[in-house]
Design a protein around this ligand. Structure first.
Ligand SMILES: Nc1nc2c(ncn2[C@@H]2O[C@H](COP(=O)(O)OP(=O)(O)O)[C@@H](O)[C@H]2O)c(=O)[nH]1
Ligand SMILES: [Mg+2]
Length: 311
């Protein structure tokens, strides 16, 4: 157990440390002089922006640090610890698990996101985790345009012991597939229906229209569905994640995020900026390709890893 925990945590840290190593080095050079003066604060703010925390968050954090410590002699660890604490305060409210309403039968999760962010992988990991919690799961392959996408989901279905609803033959309407899947999930008394969607259609307008259509048709069967509209973001895209949230939010009412590929990216700081800007729940983090690499999001732990502090 602790072995496993160690390995994913170190992978998460290894990823974040690409950020925090550069942040860390920067912070040590800023504080080589020891005194927290205007110049040090300016450099600190710059570093936080470079670490993908975003201009607004960087300004807020720097101001907070300045308030208590301006003109004082400070150590690097003191600053890192103070930053980690402030970052944890920002992250705490968004660190929320994806809760399944057991009475929903099924609880419908619509999974959206740009191509390649890790939607299908995340659906597979979630399916396995829900199965481990003794929930019955069904998967809907609403990315009907690519045969490979359907095959990929089928593998996750087999791995997790979850039936996969697919269209016969290539193509087909994703919304009607989602509808059929919900009919079947209800008939079979399934606890969770995960709808995997396409991230790329002919164009953005089509993609958004398609998502809206899925959102609409499942409501015909259950007005509270989808119970969770999940947006999957790839941490390696850094600041680009902001525009993805904006675009998808225009289409459907996103309930929360899963941020993937935090193993091996220098852009983990973007999560702090996203939390500050949108306040959307972060249900979990992806730190690798295997089932156990979908981890709960823990604010304190993440903030300390980002600041290269030992947990
Ligand atoms: N390193 C890493 N790779 C991931 C993670 N999540 C997904 N991937 C990989 O990213 C690629 C695209 O994932 P996929 O689920 O097909 O994305 P989709 O197009 O959004 O469905 C695949 O090679 C996955 O194995 C993660 O958390 N870490
Ligand atoms: Mg996919």
């Amino acid at each position: 157990m602790s072995e496993k925990r160690g390995s994913w945590l170190s992978r998460l840290k290894a990823g974040l440390n690409l950020t925090s190593a550069s942040l860390g080095n920067g912070i040590s050079s800023v504080f080589a002089r020891g005194r927290l003066d205007d110049k040090a604060l300016e450099e600190l703010e710059e570093l936080l922006i470079l670490g993908d925390l975003g201009a607004a968050t960087a300004a807020d954090l720097t101001e907070t640090i300045a308030k208590e410590r301006f003109g004082r002699d400070v150590s690097e660890v003191e600053v890192r610890t103070a930053l980690a604490n402030e970052i944890a305060v920002i992250l705490e409210p968004v660190a929320k698990p994806l809760l399944i309403e057991r009475s929903a039968k099924p609880h419908v999760v619509l999974v959206a996101g740009v191509n390649g962010t890790g939607k299908t992988t995340t659906v597979g990991k979630l399916a396995s985790q829900f199965r481990a919690d003794d929930l019955t799961v069904m998967l809907a392959a609403a990315d009907t345009f690519r045969a490979a996408a359907v095959d990929q989901l089928k593998i996750w279905g087999e791995r997790s012991g979850s039936p996969v609803v697919v269209r016969d033959g290539a193509g087909g309407d994703p919304a009607s597939l989602a509808y059929d899947a919900l009919v079947r999930a209800r008939a079979e008394d399934i606890d969770v229906l995960l709808i995997d969607t396409a991230g790329r259609l002919q164009n953005k307008a089509n993609l958004m229209a398609e998502l809206q259509k899925i959102d609409r048709v499942v409501k015909k069967l259950d007005e509270r569905a989808p119970h969770t509209r999940l947006l999957v973001l790839d941490a390696t895209t850094g600041q680009n994640a902001h525009s993805q949230v904006e675009i998808f939010r225009e289409a459907v009412d996103i309930d929360g995020l899963i941020v993937t590929k935090l193993d091996g990216t220098a852009k983990g700081g973007v999560l702090v900026a996203l939390a500050q800007r949108f306040g959307l729940p972060v249900f979990a983090l992806g730190v690798g390709e295997a089932v156990e690499d979908l981890r709960p999001f823990e604010a304190q732990e993440f903030a300390r890893a980002l600041m290269n502090l030992n947990n």
